[in-house]
Ligand binder design. Structure first.
Ligand SMILES: [Zn+2]
Length: 335
């Protein structure tokens, strides 16, 4: 497991995040800062509606990502990074509303490197972890990839999922007007999206194990997970992700809509509602036609049992019934 930092909205809290190992082995990791190198076939080309990703200058009148990829990273990862970023940038473009958020720059730098080298970006001291982080005047995406996670015995799809996760946080910021509460839905939403993506594109996700282990601590009162101060205890945001998927299933049943429509309400439409209705609890009622408390009450109905896995002890929630279908496509949710 890997500790990383996941922040949105300029927070700088160190939080346990996002799961398994992320890094790679590169025993001869060079110390020299590489120029950003992007294969020409992967370089940015502006498509209708796609957020631009480049390695150069600010794009006039538009939000863009400027990527800074350190040469310590394996080429296979940097190639996949560009593919995933461009995929997300066209499927779920960053809303132009982000240009009106004062703490977000028009050009957001993405810093990615392997943690076998210390921060190789001299212009950006203090960048660390895996996060959308800010210092009040700037906001950036940091992907400090753990080298351990790139060892053959540790290779895990998380090394790609984390790219989707952090990209989606920027999408959330842009659509909601940088309103992250409730945190369980911001982090659970990002976890749901990264797993929907990897399930569809790579045939692997945490849904296969029904997010095991979902610690049963919050079934009676999940309200502490509305704030970042308490989510550190929610290891890898598993309970938050369970809540997010449980909300989609509840909404699907109550409103008589399809699974895709329910996921769209939870992952996308709620962000737009928060942009308009600044109180997230009011936006929740408007979007889901039930109160937050009504939803929280449904969580105690899920089966709870002692873990039967040797490596984990404690009471866990069985969330098998809320796992998304295997054929769900993110394109449909964002369309
Ligand atoms: Zn996150």
């Amino acid at each position: 497991m890997f500790r990383s930092v996941v922040c949105v909205s300029g927070c700088l809290l160190a939080l346990t995040a996002c799961g398994a190992s992320e890094g790679s082995v590169n025993s001869s990791a060079p110390e020299v800062l590489a120029d950003v190198t992007i294969e020409s076939s992967l370089s940015s080309k502006v498509e209708a509606g796609c957020t631009e990703i480049h390695s150069g200058d600010e794009v006039e009148g538009a939000f863009s990502f400027a990527v800074n990829l350190h040469e310590s990273l394996p080429e296979e990862w940097t190639a996949e990074f560009m593919k995933i970023m461009r995929d997300m940038a066209c499927m779920a473009p960053i809303s132009k509303n982000i240009l009106d958020i004062s703490e977000v720059p028009r050009m957001m730098n993405v810093y990615a490197w392997l943690d076998s080298v210390s921060n190789p970006f001299p212009d950006k001291e203090g960048v660390s972890g895996t996060c959308i982080c800010g210092d009040g005047s700037d906001m950036w995406m940091a992907l400090e990839m753990g080298e351990e996670g790139f060892r053959p015995e540790n290779l895990h799809i998380h090394r790609y999922q984390v790219i989707v996760h952090e990209y989606f946080h920027v999408h959330q910021i842009s659509r909601s007007g940088n309103q992250p509460e409730p945190i369980w839905l911001t982090e659970g939403g990002a976890q749901a999206v990264e797993n929907l993506y990897s399930q569809d594109r790579y045939g692997e996700s945490a849904f296969e194990d029904a997010l095991f282990p979902i610690t049963a601590n919050w079934v009676d009162d999940p309200s502490p997970l509305e704030q970042y101060e308490y989510t550190e205890a929610d290891r890898n945001y598993q309970f938050s992700t369970f809540m997010t998927l449980a909300l989609a299933k509840e909404v699907q049943a109550r409103m008589g809509i399809s699974e895709v429509e329910a996921l769209r309400l939870v992952l996308v439409d709620f962000l737009d509602a928060k942009f308009v209705t600044r109180d997230w609890k009011d936006a929740f009622v408007e979007t889901f036609e039930m109160t937050v408390e009504d939803f929280y009450d449904t969580l105690s109905e899920f089966p709870i049992s002692e873990s039967t896995e040797a490596w984990y002890s404690g009471r866990v929630v069985d969330a098998q019934s809320v796992m998304p279908s295997e054929d769900i496509r993110l394109e449909e949710i964002f369309s």
